[in-house]
Write a protein that binds this ligand. Structure first.
Ligand SMILES: Cc1cc2nc3c(=O)[nH]c(=O)nc-3n(C[C@H](O)[C@H](O)[C@H](O)COP(=O)(O)OP(=O)(O)OC[C@H]3O[C@@H](n4cnc5c(N)ncnc54)[C@H](O)[C@@H]3O)c2cc1C
Ligand code: FES
Length: 263
């Protein structure tokens, strides 16, 4: 894949809920070449003390309209400065980066289960756009109802949606991985579908997901969010331990099979 450094124009940058923003960029080349699970390194403009670019997943790509979308949570100075950029501003990005999810042909009886924790939902909407075979069930985990993201986006793409909230304010009360176990138990009884799992979210959630997959002997791919300095494979600042040795999240990842990772 040819990652390029380029300046792109912000079309819109809106707060959609709580501290979550959706950024739409006019970026025809990225929109054409990006694959689900790819990310870009964003140079954060005018943020005091923020030297390094920030990695953000591609949330949607529309080649026909020449635009991509990002979904980000304001958690620190970089994302805060980004949230203050307005339509018409230019930002400098490098991408698309990373390996992306493997979306090669699956059997028609596949049940693609997307497991999202918090803003980890970002790359999974793009994935749902591109999964061609089988049904898609999106399990969205959030702290509370106000933090649920993208349920409408998944529904508009024809996916079934189930919600889990830590405080029980919407959907299943508990963690999204508890909901996953519940869903898998019901599927096992029916035997109609072959579950194929994809996940993105905080590390403890992905670890729990890996355990559930191991116990159920299921294939799964997860996108990791480690700290990144360069994003292009040069600094070794993002390595994780895999069964093959240390690998770079930005280059060999960010998507890994759960059984290849040493948890
Ligand atoms: C491949 C990849 C894709 C990502 N995609 C998205 C996305 O689509 N949307 C989104 O909101 N965020 C995403 N992130 C996380 C995002 O890069 C960080 O939230 C961002 O860099 C924080 O920058 P900041 O300056 O605002 O905050 P900082 O001051 O840098 O950090 C604020 C807090 O967030 C923690 N943090 C920062 N970076 C990370 C990280 N990479 N992983 C875990 N914790 C971190 C810090 O430890 C600190 O507690 C992604 C990360 C990676 C590696
Ligand atoms: S962030 Fe530098 S090698 Fe991955």
């Amino acid at each position: 894949m040819n990652a390029r450094q380029t300046k792109v124009t912000i079309k819109t940058n809106e707060r959609i809920a709580h501290r979550y923003c959706r950024l739409v960029l006019a970026a025809p080349s990225l929109a054409r070449t990006a694959r689900p699970g790819n990310f870009i390194m964003v140079k954060v403009p005018d943020a005091a003390g923020v030297l390094l670019r920030r990695p953000l997943s591609i949330h949607r790509a529309e080649a026909a309209r020449g635009r991509i979308e990002l979904l980000y949570e304001i958690v620190g100075p970089g994302t805060d400065a980004l949230s203050r950029k307005r339509s018409g501003d230019l930002i400098d990005v490098i991408g698309p980066l990373g390996n992306g999810f493997d979306v090669r042909t699956r059997a028609r009886d596949a049940l693609n289960i997307l497991v999202a924790g918090g803003v980890g939902v970002a790359p999974l909407v793009f994935l749902a756009q591109r999964l061609k075979k089988g049904k898609v069930l999106a399990l969205i985990g959030a702290r509370a109802e106000a933090h649920i993201l993208c349920a409408g986006d998944f529904r508009r793409l024809g996916c079934e949606v189930r919600i889990a909230t830590d405080d029980g304010s919407a959907g299943f009360r508990g963690r999204v991985t508890d909901l996953l176990e519940d869903v898998l138990m019901r599927i096992r009884r029916k035997k109609d579908f072959r579950p194929v799992l994809y996940g993105c979210g905080p590390a403890p959630m992905l670890k729990a997901m890996a355990r559930v997959c191991r116990e159920n002997r299921l294939q799964s791919q997860v996108s990791l969010e480690s700290h990144m300095a360069c994003g292009i494979g040069a600094c070794l600042g993002c390595v994780v331990q895999t069964t093959r040795g240390y690998e770079r999240v930005c280059k060999e990842g960010p998507v890994f099979r759960t059984d290849d990772l040493v948890w």
